[in-house]
Design a protein around this ligand. Structure first.
Ligand code: ADP
Ligand code: MG
Length: 291
């Protein structure tokens, strides 16, 4: 494309809240064959709320006690899931010590003399916990699309927290239109397979790559690139930055982390997924002009 047509294209994008950082990015947008979406904060609004607490009857803790323990630890975490737990707890919280965050898995600490671990199946398995008593409850909660977090107290599973996050209002239509343009859509997340599938089903996405640790997301992008198509990635979180950088076109949600915005080739300033379609349309218009 000529420098002038690129300037017109990126200028028009900026007016529409779609920051396209280079001429190369503008060109790439029109060549995409696969588009990978992060789940939380990208397809969903990223404001998770506690939807349900399941307490193991043999744990000897009631709902409020379990929530208080969990919230006292999550108060030290910056994860969006943690904020949902803290917001749902009532009254003053005990102080947690020895706080440890395990990226992509959860958090651990000691509270009131008890060792507490909060997180996904991987975190529990590393502690050799028996998850059988919670299995039916977990499956039911995950089938609703909620992220289910385990709470273990003194090395026994004590309960589950179901945390749900609404889809963005435009997600379904934006994904549909991208698919209509012939793009393959992939959902990539650190969340469980079942919760991810439930969300994907609502968006008619059938390719789901779940349970991916943060530092593996970029490798997944490389594997998709090896299938031979030009791969774009849309994400928001700090976890997504390496994948955004690795993708042929990284698209960052504008409300996300600074590091994600820096890694993106395109930034959606209006936090609206239709911005991806805008970038594609501008690319096609500009590239057509030069032929
Ligand atoms: P995502 O890909 O959805 O952004 P992450 O990679 O950050 O997710 O986390 C993956 C999973 O690890 C979460 O779904 C959750 O089960 C668990 N997890 C991570 N951080 C926390 C936390 N602070 N509290 C509870 N669970 C957590
Ligand atoms: Mg995210």
């Amino acid at each position: 494309a000529t420098p002038t047509s690129i300037m017109v294209g990126t200028g028009r994008g900026a007016q529409l809240g779609v920051l396209i950082k280079s001429g190369r990015a503008l060109q790439r947008a029109g060549e995409l064959g696969t588009l990978v979406f992060d789940k939380t904060g990208t397809l969903t609004i990223g404001k998770p709320v506690l939807a349900e607490v399941w307490v193991d009857p043999s744990a000897g803790l009631d709902r409020d006690a379990l929530l208080r323990l969990a919230a006292s630890i999550e108060a030290q975490s910056e994860h969006p899931l943690a904020q949902a737990v803290v917001a749902a707890a009532q009254g003053p919280l005990p102080k947690a010590g020895d706080f440890l965050s395990v990226p992509g898995q959860g958090v651990t600490a000691t509270v009131e003399g008890r060792t507490v671990a909060i997180g996904n199946e991987r975190l529990m398995q590393a502690r050799n916990l028996n998850l059988e008593t919670a299995r039916a409850a977990r499956e039911r909660l995950e089938e609703s699309g909620a992220t289910v977090v385990h709470v273990a107290v003194d090395n026994v599973l004590a309960g589950l927290l179901a945390i749900s996050d609404q889809l963005r209002p435009e997600s379904e239509k934006a994904v549909q239109r991208l698919r209509d343009l012939g793009m393959e859509i992939v959902l990539l997340t650190g969340d469980s397979e079942r919760a991810a599938r439930a969300v994907a089903a609502r968006l008619d996405i059938d390719r789901v790559i779940a349970g991916v640790l943060p530092d593996r997301k970029a490798e997944v992008i490389i594997e998709l690139q090896q299938e031979g198509r030009v791969v774009g990635m849309v994400g928001d979180g700090i976890n997504d930055a390496p994948a955004l950088a690795r993708a042929d076109l990284g698209v960052a949600m504008g409300g996300g982390m600074d590091v994600a915005m820096e890694s993106g080739d395109v930034v959606l300033m209006r936090e609206d997924l239709f911005g991806v379609l805008t970038a594609l349309a501008l690319s096609r218009a500009v590239m057509r002009n030069i032929r």
